[in-house]
Write a protein that binds this ligand. Sequence first.
Ligand code: NAD
Length: 295
Amino acid sequence: MNYIKQKVEVVDEKKLEPSTTKKVQRILRAIYITLYKATLQAIARFLNFLVLAWLSFYYIAESIVRNFTPRALSTLKSLRGKTILVTGGAGGVGQELVLKLIKYKAKVVVWDINEKAIAKLNEKVAEEGFKLYPYVVDLADRESVYKTAEKVKDEVGPIDVLINNAGVVCGQTFLELPDYMIERTYKVNTLSCYWVNRLTNINLTLVCPYFINSGMFEGCKPHHAPMLEPKDVAKRIILAIRREEDYCTVPGNAGYILAMKQYLPAKLTWLWQHRIIRLPQAMKTMRQFSEVQAA
Ligand SMILES: NC(=O)c1ccc[n+]([C@@H]2O[C@H](COP(=O)([O-])OP(=O)(O)OC[C@H]3O[C@@H](n4cnc5c(N)ncnc54)[C@H](O)[C@@H]3O)[C@@H](O)[C@H]2O)c1
């Protein structure tokens, strides 16, 4: 009996062992799958490289054409009939933007916290024979932003162009800044852009201006160039929007100084800012931020 049992077990083990052909087939299949995957990956990487190379070439060419085409020849986006939202539209640059945009026959929506200034602007626009869509809203309050956005959607329609112009500034040094003002600056100047931008699907144009004579930096005495006028900045912003620029500094040559800053040692840029441009000294002459302005 024992002998028979042993014999049966030997036969079964042999049955379980794969034949050499099957082993080879399995190895070949594994090699094939590995090679197949590697080839696909190589093709995908090559196609990715081609797309990247093409887009790099295209964007460089686009930027060269955009920057070197005379303004008179460049194609400008029409603003006629477009719904344009200007935040902080009752203030210095914002108001100039509004007064220019209505003349392009755009539907201009203004958001501002300053009720009196917004009412005054509304009257001015009506006197010129145009219609304004004014809304009093505190951009530092997210819920208020969302509610006003819903109202605008119902009463005016979707926004085509958004100008995130509202801003606050505090004329104190870093260590003197009151906590509430640090929070408010972030809420109005930064966070509100997230809440408002979410409401639209738009191209982005970043505008970086030098000092503007709007009252925001009242008292500042820049050393090398006079302050810009709000109406000139508004004109440049509208041109940047119409040319669908991604980034614009006002004045244009400030862009080279900003770019240079990236390549110079930080201590050197501070030295030059202090001794040549004298920016910190200019800022220190600014009228101190008052409670009235913060409210
Ligand atoms: N003035 C400058 O020198 C200068 C320089 C660089 C950048 N900027 C930026 O340009 C933009 C326009 O500046 P400006 O010189 O016309 O300033 P401004 O103070 O004349 O106008 C700002 C407008 O934003 C409104 N605002 C402030 N807080 C608000 C809030 N919580 N909710 C809704 N509206 C609010 C104000 O009521 C005002 O109408 C700002 O974003 C500013 O930071 C200005």
